[in-house]
Design a protein around this ligand. Structure first.
Ligand code: FE2
Ligand code: FE2
Length: 297
């Protein structure tokens, strides 16, 4: 039995100490970070609460999962100071050999120096130095494949893109690991209609073609701040697509994480999903699903 905890979109940082004048750039009339900051002041700071995240994470850690999967959006506007705070939080959460991370669109909100921003998380993202996605984390018969779809996008846009080269490397990786339980993790939904247009994964249809051909057993993602569960048929089996909600969402019942138990039983993988949600300030199991998927890919 292998256990995977998945959570997403903690948006754990605060912009309370940010001077909006420092964000204003005369060279850029429509400054995305400035608009992001204003959005945080107006709404997001009340939606994403650190005290909620702390309850969710404590519940997750107490279950001692074999691996923890985090599908991005640790920050609000990807500023160096936010990335520093998030780096310290990551180190307090789990060691890099247990915590798998992919970035979200808010972490690469605008083009920025890698060393001052995502490079601060390199122990978790790109320990070998040269960024080359997808990343493969192998743990016995479980392969976690991390995809990077976080790209800076235009004002009021929150799209993601994988790119042809990454999808090509993914196809090779899926072929090479076909005998394993393959978990794909990315920030955006892999489904072409997974999000509204301005938040979509722009090359989802290309990704879908690769998944339908080479398969995967499970895809986890975030970005929408809501739950999702669907089954994607591929050439030799079925792949479950499961979204986790935002782990810091202040509204009752909205914040939480997902626990997957994976067990090989003969020619099948037996998978169970337990949804842990924060209700009335306390964590509880909201629902569970069980399914079998072929281990004979
Ligand atoms: Fe998010
Ligand atoms: Fe996002």
């Amino acid at each position: 039995m292998h256990t995977l905890a998945h959570f997403s979109d903690p948006h754990l940082t605060s912009l309370a100490d940010v001077d909006a004048r420092a964000l204003f750039d005369r060279r850029v009339l429509l400054n995305k970070r400035l608009f992001g900051y204003l959005s945080w002041r107006k709404r997001r700071r009340r939606v994403h609460r650190r005290e909620v995240l702390d309850v969710v994470v404590a519940d997750m850690v107490s279950r001692a999962p074999d691996q923890i999967l985090l599908s991005g959006d640790l920050t609000h506007v990807g500023m160096p100071a936010e990335c520093e705070v998030a780096a310290r939080w990551l180190r307090s959460l789990a060691a890099p050999d247990r915590l798998r991370l992919v970035p979200g669109n808010h972490d690469r909100y605008v083009a920025a120096d890698w060393h001052d921003t995502l490079g601060l998380w390199s122990d978790y993202l790109e320990p070998a130095g040269a960024p080359r996605w997808p990343r493969l984390w192998q743990c016995d018969e479980i392969c976690v494949i991390g995809l990077d779809c976080a790209v800076p996008s235009g004002l009021f846009m929150a799209t993601g893109t994988l790119g042809d080269a990454q999808i090509e490397r993914l196809a090779t990786m899926l072929k090479a690991t076909a005998q394993k339980f393959r978990v794909l993790m990315l920030h955006h939904s892999p489904l072409p209609d997974g999000h509204v247009w301005r938040k979509r994964l722009t090359d989802a249809s290309v990704l879908m073609r690769v998944i339908r051909e080479f398969g995967a057993e499970l895809i986890v993602h975030g970005h929408g701040h809501g739950e999702h569960f669907s089954v994607l048929p591929w050439r030799k089996g079925n792949c479950s697509v499961v979204a986790a909600p935002s782990a810091s969402h202040a509204h009752d019942g909205r914040a939480g994480w997902n626990l997957f138990r994976i067990d090989k039983q003969g020619a099948h993988w037996a998978v169970s999903l337990e949804k842990r949600r924060r209700v009335d300030g306390r964590m509880q199991s909201a629902a569970s699903h069980r399914w079998l998927t072929s281990a004979d890919a």
